[in-house]
Each structure stands twice: as structure tokens, then as C-alpha cells.
Design a protein around this ligand. Sequence first.
Ligand code: ADP
Ligand code: ADP
Length: 224
Amino acid sequence: EMVIDIQETKKRYRGGVEALRGVSLQVPRGCIFGLLGPNGAGKSTLVKILMSIVRASQCSGTMLGQRIGHKATLGKVGYLPEHARFPEYLKGGEVIRYVAGLCGVPHGLAKQRAEGLLEMVGMKEWGERKMGTYSKGMKQRIGLAQALVNDPEIVFLDEPTDGVDPTGRLEMRNMLKSMRDEGRTVFVNSHLLGELEMICDRVAILDNGQIVRHGTIEELTAKS
Ligand code: ADP
Ligand code: ADP
């Protein structure tokens, strides 16, 4: 079963930049899917289209059985944007509870879910400290946790290990694997093959707005 199945997705920004030039992509349920490509390739644009943050110039196909941009899918996806920043004066736990509130999770449940998520990302002892006291890796763990507050079927992570130290990267990879093992589909953007090859079940390479190759890591490394 494909949770994402899109064809001929195009995006031309005002001003004329052609960020996507006809992208077709199929993502099976329950996998870690990597979108690999250099800066400027169009990775963030594609994820923003799937998150209904950016409107495609052209896009046919579906996500979770609905057309792209349909409101019904918004409650079923989670997102950690590139360079995500949360207020430094908020505690990690407060960030998660706040996002839960935005997603319509009732107060009591939000508190309970925040505790579970803090534990899941290894931040249980740090949840009552302020974001401003955290390392980059710890901030990204909170970012990961807030992306999971609505128990999403698909989680989009845009360059999640950017600026994170090697230990933090290893832990991040393990967290992505546990998210997949819980049955979620994990969609990761990265400009580094090394970040994707150890964890991804499938990878697509985006260059200058076009998919140039796609397949399993084994298929891609065998042909290169
Ligand atoms: P990536 O995530 O692979 O780095 P992006 O999707 O961020 O790529 O960008 C693809 C191209 O679209 C780049 O040339 C970028 O400068 C351009 N771009 C991104 N966002 C906008 C925007 N809001 N307006 C105009 N151009 C944009
Ligand atoms: P960064 O430059 O830190 O990587 P982003 O790529 O996320 O940040 O871009 C920051 C904002 O600027 C986003 O809203 C993005 O869509 C927009 N943007 C990116 N590239 C361009 C561009 N070439 N022209 C106009 N807006 C852009």
C-alpha cells in the first residue's frame, strides 16, 4: 500500500524559480523513505506541498488516499521543518504540550502524551528545563517529539540531523527506526547520503527539481 503516490508535481515560485519540474513519487506504508539531494534541489518544497504549506503549480495523485492538500490528511501527518526554532524561554515539555493544544489534543491528554513523548526521545529528565539551555541535538529531539503529538501516520523530517553532533545523530537514527517499528511512515530529507543509507528502506534522489534515481539503498549503490 502506497501512503504517498503523486505524479507530475510541479512548482514554480513567484519570480520564476522552477523548484519542481514534474516529480512522481511512491512511498510504501511503514518504511523509512529518504529524499536525497543537494541544497536547492527542491526537497523542502516537495515536503511543504505534501504538508499543504506551499501550493503546487501542478500535482496529481494522493496521500493517505486523499488528494494533495485535502484537510482530512492534515490530522494524520507530522512535520519537523528545516531549521525549526522554538521559543528559548519555553520548557521542552511546554513546547510539546503547546503543539498538542494546536492540534486539538485536550489538555489532560496533551500532558500525558507530552510525558510519553519526552520519554520516547530520551528527554524525560530535561522536560522542565528551558529550550535555551539545550544543545542542538536536544532541541531536535523536542522537534521530533512535537511532530508526533497527533499520533501521525506519516512524519516528515526536513534535515533532522543538521547541526547535530555524531552521538546525537546516532540517537536520532535509532529514534527514526523506532518510529517506523511503531508502524509509522518516516519521510526524511537530507543532502547527505551517509545520513540516509544506514536507515532508509527506500531512497529517491532529487536534483534540480527532478527525480534522477530511486530504489532501495542496495539498488542505488549497486548501480553507481
Ligand atoms: P532544498 O530543500 O532541496 O534545499 P528548496 O525546496 O528549499 O530545496 O528550494 C528549491 C528552489 O526553490 C531553490 O532554488 C530555492 O531558492 C527556491 N525557493 C524555495 N522557497 C522559495 C520561495 N518561497 N520563493 C521563491 N523561491 C523559493
Ligand atoms: P534557510 O535559508 O535557513 O535554509 P529556508 O530555505 O527554510 O531557510 O528558507 C526560509 C524562507 O525563505 C522559507 O519560507 C523559504 O520558502 C523562503 N525562501 C527560500 N528560498 C527562497 C528564495 N530563493 N526566494 C524567496 N524565498 C525563499
